[in-house]
Structure formats: structure tokens, C-alpha cells
Design a protein around this ligand. Sequence first.
Ligand code: AMP
Length: 282
Amino acid sequence: MEVVKEKARIREIVEEARAAGRIVGLVPTMGYFHEGHLELMRRARAECDLVVVSLFVNPTQFGPGEDLQAYPRDFDRDRGMAESVGLDYIFNPEPSEMYPQGFSTHVEVEGLSDILCGAIRPGHFRGVATVVAKLFNIVPAQRVYFGQKDAQQLAVIKRMAADLDFALEVVAVPTVREEDGLAMSSRNIYLTGRDRDDALVLARALRTAAGMIEAGERDVSEISEAMQGVFDALPSVNLEYIAICDTIYLQPLEELHGEVLIAVAARVGKARLIDNMVFEVE
Ligand code: AMP
């Protein structure tokens, strides 16, 4: 596995592979790998001839006062993990390679970017859409892999790829969880002591919703209230939102039908956590 720092070099590698008829997969990440990242990489490895993982802690998707400086980093460990799943290249640019002096173009996915997490993190999805559009150009893969864990990010990327005519397939990979149900995240490292137990409330609320839907409940407000009750039982956790919406426009649903996204966000100690489940409702 080779580590590539320059845009021109990784593009050349990928273009050569494509010219030779190979299928290229891209897995965009911010590093500090866990099983969720590895699952994306394994899936890409199984489906593509050449796999590039990008590792870039993108400064433009962090707001003022967010954890850009503190964001966990361990490149040597990440390199070993990526190598263990048989990846071909890590693209690991410096910020100046991605954002040279004079950089001033941004991608704004209207409508999807200022709701839910976007309402709480203004500018976040503009930063995400911009860096991902750049990565799609720098690493011209036919398949790109994203986690269902970040459901709004997935919706934003799918919209952007369609609207800007990127000729690639966005592959969604199911959320990987710890044994006790906590969705894996690089930010789980912020959870110490009691916060680690408290963090289970997100998955617990989602399981409550799942149980109700399974039992035939179709009333959105009933489900929402039951989930709210799960959070109310744990006042140390700061709930940001419970959303019951469609998976494409992320608009609130009045009645459950088709593909339904139930998403939650909450602050637990120093960590801001998100989680979701997708249901196919008859
Ligand atoms: P990040 O490094 O946190 O930006 O995540 C890189 C990619 O891994 C994104 O597409 C995430 O949605 C995905 N990802 C993060 N955590 C998980 C998880 N627990 N299960 C599946 N995918 C994940």
C-alpha cells in the first residue's frame, strides 16, 4: 500500500487504472479508523479492482469552537489498519494541497444542508460537499463508499453527485455498532466514565422506535413521544433532535410509509453524537 500526498499523483494512478479497464473505489474518511471505516474499505475491496481511501481532516467542515484541533489522529495506526484490509492507496493530502491560497469556490446543497445537523452546525455540509466534490475530481472513482451512520451526509452527497453529474455510484454501507449497540465513531474517544453508558440512550431510543414499528405503530407523534421519553429519563444527555423523515429530502413525515429515516442527535459529555435507523414500512 502506498501513501500519496499529491493530488496530481493520485489522479494519474487512478486514470491509468481506469484506462486499463479497472474499477476504482474511493472511501473518503477523516481517519482514526474503527470497524465502521474498515467495513467501508472491505466492501470497496470486495467490489473494486483498485481501492483508494482518502484520509483528510477537512478544516472547512468544522465550525468555530468545534473540535478541529482536538479531532483524534493516529496516522501510523490508520495506515496499518488500511493495509490489513488490503487497500492499494491512502490519499493523505496536506490542507494546503486541498485549499491553496486563493481558494474560493464552494458547493452548497440547498435545502438539505441547513436542517437537522446543518441547523446546529452552520456551514458544516457546505464544507463536506465541497471537499467531497474535490475528492470525486481528484480520485475519479466509479464507486464511492459512505456510511449510513451519517444519514444526512449521505443524502447531501447523493444529491450533489446527481445534481453535478458525477458519473459514479454512491454506495451506502450499514452502520457498524459496538456490541452494546453504540454506533462506532471516531468521536467516541471523547466518552469517558459515565458518558459511555449515557451514550447508549441514542441506540435505545432508536430501538424503542423499531419495536413500535415492528408492532404495527404508524403514528409518528406516538413514536416521537416514546423516543422523547427515553431521553427524558436521562437528563444528563442533551437531546438536539429526533427526526422522523424521508431518506432523500429529509422532510418530516406525517405518516409512516416507504423508506423512513429515524435520526437522533445529542450531546453526551464532551461528545456530540448522532445515530439513525432506516425502516422499510409497508
Ligand atoms: P469519518 O472519518 O467519521 O468522516 O467517516 C468516514 C466514513 O465512514 C463516512 O462515510 C462515515 O459515514 C463512515 N462511518 C463512520 N462511522 C461509521 C459506522 N459506525 N458504520 C458505518 N460507517 C461509518
